[in-house]
Write a protein of this length. Structure first.
Length: 251
């Protein structure tokens, strides 16, 4: 087990791919370490200071405006990183002592993440554990599970990022519950697990709890009520063109 300082030095030295779960054995990865890894992959941005006409802010997929943006895909595209963060989720899962028969994750980044969680859980708890992919429909929402899920399975829902309680984490849970049509649905474990939580919601619309591995206080606003727009800050989509550099004030 390495201390936080030594892990940060590894990242700062550019050796991030040398990190393994053993560096965080018997402890949880800290927010500082997680953010340092995400910064290494240019996957994290948060507005610094008060609203200013000199600094742009973000437009999200939902068309809401925000003072932060986290691109988990930049990190989880790398299998080594996906495996590392899956271990962090599993640490939280094992605390609860659930009997898990299957893990479900939604397209896109949560597919690989949930598969890694299932693979680790297969070694830690249940070698017969299964993995199910929740595909996106024509509207881009994770609602499709091909072939259904046996009704006797206890299914755990995993997501890489949660912005709102009614977003993709909830849609993934609903997909699991509805995947068998008129036949009995599988059982869904009470808590859903989210790698990065940037929401004010800690429950889904049905009242079930969400367990965040990492939480950040990032706000969302309807465009007409956005304090950044009112201050003259330009709203831009972070992943379009050169906007990622603009939002980091690097352009």
């Amino acid at each position: 087990m390495d201390n936080i300082k030594s892990v940060l030095e590894i990242i700062q030295n550019g050796d991030v791919f040398e990190l393994t779960p053993n560096h965080f054995r018997n402890r949880f990865m800290s927010e500082r370490e997680m953010k340092a890894i995400f910064d290494y992959f240019d996957a994290f941005w948060q507005y610094k200071g008060g609203p200013s006409p000199q600094k742009p802010h973000a437009i999200l997929k939902s068309e809401k405006h925000s003072n932060g943006f986290i691109s988990c895909k930049n990190v989880l595209d790398y299998p080594v990183m996906c495996h590392l963060f899956a271990y962090e989720i599993v640490k939280h899962i094992l605390i609860e002592g659930y009997r898990i028969d299957a893990v479900a994750g939604s397209a896109y980044s949560a597919i690989d993440l949930s598969y890694e969680v299932a693979k680790i859980m297969a070694k830690e708890q249940n070698p017969k554990i299964r993995h199910f992919t929740v595909e996106k429909d024509k509207n881009g929402n994770p609602t499709i599970i091909r072939g259904g899920i046996p009704s006797n399975l206890n299914v755990l829902v995993i997501n890489e990022l949660m912005t709102t309680g009614s977003g993709s984490t909830w849609e993934t849970k609903q997909a699991v519950l509805n995947c068998n049509g008129d036949n009995p649905p599988p059982k869904v474990i009470e808590k859903s697990y989210v790698l990065v939580h940037r929401s004010k919601d800690y429950k889904l619309p049905d009242g079930s709890k969400v367990v965040p591995v990492f939480h950040f206080d990032i706000e969302d606003f309807e465009p007409e009520n956005c304090p950044y727009c009112k201050a003259g800050s330009l709203a831009i989509k972070p992943k379009v063109g050169n906007n990622w550099n603009l939002i980091h004030m690097r352009a």
